[in-house]
Design a protein around this ligand. Structure first.
Ligand code: HEC
Ligand code: HEC
Ligand code: HEC
Ligand code: HEC
Ligand code: HEC
Length: 443
């Protein structure tokens, strides 16, 4: 169907007005002549409005934008809090993410003039801003104004792991690699070696569980200082899902992955069809919308959170293993792992009975200001902050030091890894079960 658009009507109006004003001085009009033959239709002009409504229509962008209000990408506060921070920007700021993708910024560790390594995965101060909105993931919005501008993704290339200085990549091929986009951000941050500044050698730690990671008497070869925040950050899910990234101690269980890693994609479970409660579509929440578990010939009968085999049992098992591992990480009757009753700040509050958050029970008056049973941490901090008061330093010095074997250090990392993948084993129960089981055994 051909429309006459606003601009054509407007032009027509202008011509009429001109014609009318130019007739003023003429004499009276003669009788009307016979109507001439109709002219042929002109070619339709390019109609801007029609291009826009490919996307700007109630069922497309408008609807998705409303779903997206339920996504932490939009409502989360980290983008605002970390604005200007070039280290955090590759994952927390839209413009920073676009910068590292466009410039193929590597996450290698670079040797500095001081003989120490630093991670090179940083954005620039000019790009360290922007909430994670549509253009974070979609590369071509408003590029040509054609329908091909969506959903074109920013990247689907295999994701290099910053935790290992880019020496390994993850390639999740299902759904044309869309999970690689997610894993570029949803991956652990590096543990750095105290001596070299380089990324920690997980294989060496796993191969030598009796070795000492932190010696309280002879500190010259220590590879780590245990601190409250000796952690993997928040994104362990990407690596857990792919079945890599843990400290793989040898043990009774081999390291393999559940089929999800090869046949499913993040969007399969996190962008289910339609919005149910606050799950599905561009809310990015999984629980409550498992419609996609049953498509593509995967699970035959519908899965929901009362399913014994695929939800209740594996989750109960992972919770049990996490708690058993925490119970083994004890020095003189005091647990090394921190518990936090702050339901909002502790994103993993509901996953264990004691409400572990993956941090360490180490004294730190600024980062760990109490709120748990041990107030500010019962173990001595081996690297007191320069801003601490003398009273705080004195208090710290009275606390017992925390010596760690490689087995303990690796087990702590594995605990964080398996707690912070959030799903209690739904992502990749085989891999996380092996990490926890073998960690318990090695202790
Ligand atoms: C391929 C899809 C697509 C097409 C075609 C498209 N837009 Fe958009 N537009 C978007 C998306 C996605 C957003 C971001 C929406 C949001 O953040 O809620 C957007 C946002 C906007 C905004 C808000 C400001 C901004 O940039 O975020 C305006 C204004 C806009 N579009 C105008 C237009 C006009 C005018 C046209 C036609 C000439 C058009 N768009 C065509 C997808 C499209
Ligand atoms: C640019 C980096 C980036 C990309 C790409 C990205 N995310 Fe995120 N995602 C984040 C950050 C950062 C947060 C937390 C934001 C905050 O708290 O301020 C988050 C939050 C989430 C959450 C909510 C987590 C919670 O604790 O409630 C889910 C679910 C999620 N992302 C899934 C995905 C999926 C699925 C993809 C791929 C389709 C993806 N993300 C792509 C960085 C990213
Ligand atoms: C390799 C990517 C990456 C880098 C680099 C990174 N983060 Fe994150 N961060 C994430 C992801 C992904 C999440 C959200 C995970 C989730 O909730 O599932 C997150 C979550 C957070 C949260 C929790 C927000 C909340 O919802 O409670 C804070 C705080 C945070 N990051 C701070 C930082 C700071 C500060 C830096 C820089 C020093 C940093 N991050 C660097 C990926 C990264
Ligand atoms: C965290 C990453 C991410 C963000 C942010 C994001 N999307 Fe998407 N979007 C995706 C992925 C992944 C797909 C699926 C792509 C595919 O299957 O090829 C998708 C699909 C789409 C599609 C096509 C299929 C559909 O669901 O209708 C549209 C349109 C779309 N997104 C619009 C938007 C708009 C508008 C916003 C902002 C309000 C937005 N997206 C924000 C990742 C994202
Ligand atoms: C087989 C389904 C499935 C796949 C595939 C999947 N997830 Fe999940 N994901 C879950 C479930 C189930 C939870 C836990 C939800 C809950 O308990 O509320 C979860 C939780 C999360 C969370 C915490 C926020 C939330 O929604 O509770 C993030 C972030 C996340 N997944 C990211 C990812 C990323 C990134 C990928 C791809 C690398 C992925 N997931 C693949 C099922 C899946």
């Amino acid at each position: 169907m051909k429309h006459r658009n606003f601009f054509q009507l407007f032009l027509f109006g202008l011509i009429l007005t001109f014609f009318a004003s130019s007739c003023v001085k003429e004499g009276p009009l003669g009788p009307e002549g016979a109507a001439g033959a109709d002219g042929t239709d002109g070619t339709d002009g390019k109609d801007a409005n029609e291009t826009c409504i490919i996307c700007h229509a109630p069922g497309v962008v408008d609807k998705i934008a409303v779903e997206f209000q339920l996504s932490k990408h939009e409502y989360g506060l980290a983008a605002e809090e970390e604005a200007g921070n070039t280290t955090c920007a590759p994952c927390h700021e839209q413009e920073g993410f676009k910068y590292v993708v466009a410039n193929n910024v590597k996450c290698d560790f670079i040797l500095g003039t001081n003989g120490k390594y630093t991670n090179g995965y940083v954005a620039t101060s000019g790009t360290a801003y922007g909430k994670l909105l549509c253009a974070t993931c979609h590369s071509s919005i408003h590029k040509t104004y054609a329908s091909s501008d969506l959903p074109a993704l920013t990247t689907t290339a295999p994701a290099a792991l910053t935790m290992w200085g880019g020496k390994k990549t993850i390639n999740l091929a299902a759904d044309n690699g869309s999970s690689n986009l997610c894993v570029k951000c949803h991956q652990p941050r590096p543990q750095t070696n105290l001596q070299t500044g380089n990324s920690q050698d997980y294989e060496a730690i796993a191969a030598n569980p009796k070795g000492i990671a932190h010696d309280t008497l002879n500190t010259t070869n220590n590879i780590i200082n245990p601190s409250y925040r000796m952690d993997l950050h928040y994104g362990t899910v990407g690596t857990a899902f792919a079945g890599v990234g843990g400290v793989e101690f040898a043990g009774t269980m081999g390291y393999s992955s559940s089929p999800h890693a090869s046949v499913a994609s993040c969007t399969d479970c996190h962008m289910g069809t339609g919005v149910v409660g606050k799950a599905g579509g561009h809310t990015f929440f999984a629980k409550g919308n498992f419609t996609t578990c049953n498509t593509a010939g995967c699970h035959q009968s519908p899965i929901n959170d009362s399913n014994i085999t695929y939800w209740i049992d594996p989750r109960a098992k992972q919770k049990e293993l996490l708690e058993a591992l925490a119970a083994k990480l004890v020095v003189n009757g005091v647990e090394i792992l921190n518990q936090s009753d702050d339901e909002e700040a502790n994103l993993w509050y509901a996953l264990t009975s004691k409400h572990y958050d993956g941090y360490l029970n180490v004294y730190d008056p600024s980062l760990n200001p109490g709120g748990n049973a041990n107030e500010t941490g019962p173990f001595r901090n081996s690297a007191p902050g320069s801003a601490w008061t003398q009273a705080q330093k004195d208090k710290n010095n009275k606390l017992p030091k925390l010596q760690l074997t490689n087995a303990q250090y690796g087990a702590i990392l594995n605990f964080q890894f398996c707690l912070r993948e959030y799903s209690l084993g739904i992502h990749n129960s085989k891999y996380t079960k092996a990490l926890l089981t073998n960690s318990i055994a090695v202790l």
